[in-house]
Structures are given as structure tokens and as C-alpha cells.
Write a protein that binds this ligand. Sequence first.
Ligand code: SF4
Ligand code: SF4
Length: 217
Amino acid sequence: MNGDGMGLREYINDIVEAVVTTAKGMRITARYGVDAKEEVTQQYPEVRREPEERFRGFLRNDIARCTSCTMCVKVCPVDCISLESVRGADKKMVLVSYDINIGRCMYCGLCVEVCPPKSLTHTAGYEMAMFERGEMVLHFVQEEGGEIKARVAKQVAEAAAKAAEAAKAAEAAKAAEAAKPAEAAKPVGLPAANPAPKEDLSAEAPGGSKADPEKKA
Ligand code: SF4
Ligand code: SF4
């Protein structure tokens, strides 16, 4: 068979396939169109579907529990999480900012999986509208970053001053201990010079009465 014959047969097969596929689709459409029980369209927003339990909606970070470990930042495939933190007086990290660009997020859930204290979670939220792209960045730390840094720096300085003061006091106590007089180191526990006199057992007669010395003579 030549190439033209093959081409014509393929052409006809394609037409038949297109007709059959369209007929199948129209059959399904017609069924949903006439049968009220087959209704699938919901009248959103009047009717809202409850998300499933494990639905991955907008992200939320409970910043009180977040340890600023940056694991979520590192694991995110599209770099939509950013955070800044500073070390506090107790050596723990303090969040200065924590932002998620939900316009870029693809809701893969990797950041939630890796979060050690589970402070990062998916909510059931999926409705949000804004006019500017910049508004799609969620800011989880409300306090101004400069204020947080200043407050933490003050706490760190105070803690350092306290530690220096305590070290100084400890040093002074140690020096005072070393300068104590030598007699403090004398041995103790020597026997008493005048032991207590022995009790006069003859003073009392057997039976509890006193012995009469004249009677004895
Ligand atoms: S859900 Fe995925 S894409 Fe969205 S912030 Fe987390 S890791 Fe990034
Ligand atoms: S992984 Fe969790 S604890 Fe670590 S920085 Fe992200 S949200 Fe915070």
C-alpha cells in the first residue's frame, strides 16, 4: 500500500474517533443537564463546600511556637517563605519577620511536614482577593522589625551586664575566702582538758536509800 492510501485511512479514522468522542461527551452532558439528581454545580458563594479534613489551604504560622529554625525556608521549592531572626538574651532566636508569599505558594505541604514544633499548619482557607501582588505576602509578625531588634538588643545588653556583675561578685567572694586568717584552718576535735568527774556510786545504797557512814564505823 502506498503512502497516500495510509494517509486517507488515518484521516477517516481520525474523523470517526472525533465523532465518537464528541458523542460520548455529549451523552454525559445531556444526562447531567436533564437529571436533577445529577446536579454538580454549586451556587458559590451562597453555597460553600466544606473542605476535607486534610485540605491544604492557606498557611498559618503560630509565631509564639516557631523557633526560627529556617527549615521551612530551606525546603520550600519555590522560595515563597522568608524570615529574619535575632538571638535573644536567653540564647533563643527571636523572630523579627516571617512572611509567606501565597501568590507563589503551590500548597505542596513540605514546609508543614518539616516544621519541628508544628507551628506551621495549613488552614481550611482558600478565599482571598486583592488588587496588588504585594498584598499576597502574608506577614505573621505584626510588630515593627526595628522595634523588635531594639528591644532584643536592650535585653541582651542587660543580661550581659548582669552576668558581668555576677562574675565580679563571685570573684570577690573567692578572693575573700582565700584571704581568711590561718587559725581558721587549725585542727579541731581535741579531747577536753578536764573530763567530767566520775559519779560517786557509794553515795546511794542499793535499793535507793543513802548509806549511813556512822553505822559503818
Ligand atoms: S506549601 Fe510548599 S510551596 Fe507553599 S510555602 Fe510550603 S513548601 Fe513552599
Ligand atoms: S520550620 Fe517551623 S519552627 Fe522552623 S522556622 Fe519554619 S515555621 Fe518556624
